[in-house]
Design a protein around this ligand. Structure first.
Ligand code: GAR
Length: 200
């Protein structure tokens, strides 16, 4: 079984969606080996503990990025992680971190990349007047919100939407997209060629 290391900073609903997919057998061939957070009281970390999963917190506030990332790398290596799953991990990774797990770090972002990278992606889409929005699961490379796209899901932007309603519509798709993207990666049937991730 592939060993997943989940990194989160907050609520952890994407982590829960992945854990549920594994528990009900719709995502197979993997297990969550550890859940790591940079925020000691992240609700997602408590949810992981309730599920009996190994959790570790390494507080990042006031710690230089390289030093903090070195701790995270060491923890992931200690748990013999095959795939790193960023699930609302709100900290940019250092190049050292990314090089430690080449093509083995996945992220989910609440926009249709390359539109609206960075913070508050749903608000960015509303402020821009976009008529569709969505989410992207992608490999993480050294540029922020830039790596090869594994899959995307689209939702409409309704006239009456505010940030809350649009975020909720996107989040529902995130919860389906992330387990599906992990399954795709674990299947070994997809290859990246010229930035395109597709069945080979
Ligand atoms: C999700 O919407 C995720 O796409 C977003 O943070 C939220 C985390 O929710 N990530 C980013 O914006 C990354 N740039 P969760 O903690 O409930 O999974």
């Amino acid at each position: 079984k592939a060993r997943l290391g989940v990194l989160l900073s907050g609520r952890g609903s994407n982590f829960i969606a992945i854990a549920d997919a594994i528990a009900k057998g719709s995502l197979t061939g993997c297990e969550i080996a550890v859940v790591l957070s940079n925020i000691a009281d992240a609700p997602g970390l408590a949810a992981a503990q309730e599920r009996g999963l190994a959790t570790e917190a390494y507080v990042s506030k006031g710690v230089p990025r390289a030093e903090h990332d070195a701790r995270m790398i060491a923890a992931l290596n200690a748990h013999e992680i095959d795939l790193v799953i960023l699930a609302g991990y709100m900290r940019v990774l250092s190049p050292d971190f990314i090089r430690a797990f080449p093509d083995r770090i996945l992220n989910i972002h609440p926009s249709l990349l390359p539109s609206f990278p960075g913070l508050d992606a749903q608000k960015q889409a509303l402020d821009y007047g976009a008529k569709v929005a969505g989410c992207t699961v992608h490999f993480v490379d050294e540029a922020v919100d830039h790596g090869v796209i594994i899959l995307q899901r689209v939702v409409p932007v309704e006239d009456a939407d505010d940030e809350t309603s649009l975020s909720a519509r996107i989040l529902e798709q995130e919860h389906q997209a992330y387990p599906e993207a992990i399954a795709r990666v674990l299947s070994g049937r997809y290859r990246t060629e010229d930035r395109r991730y597709r069945l080979s």
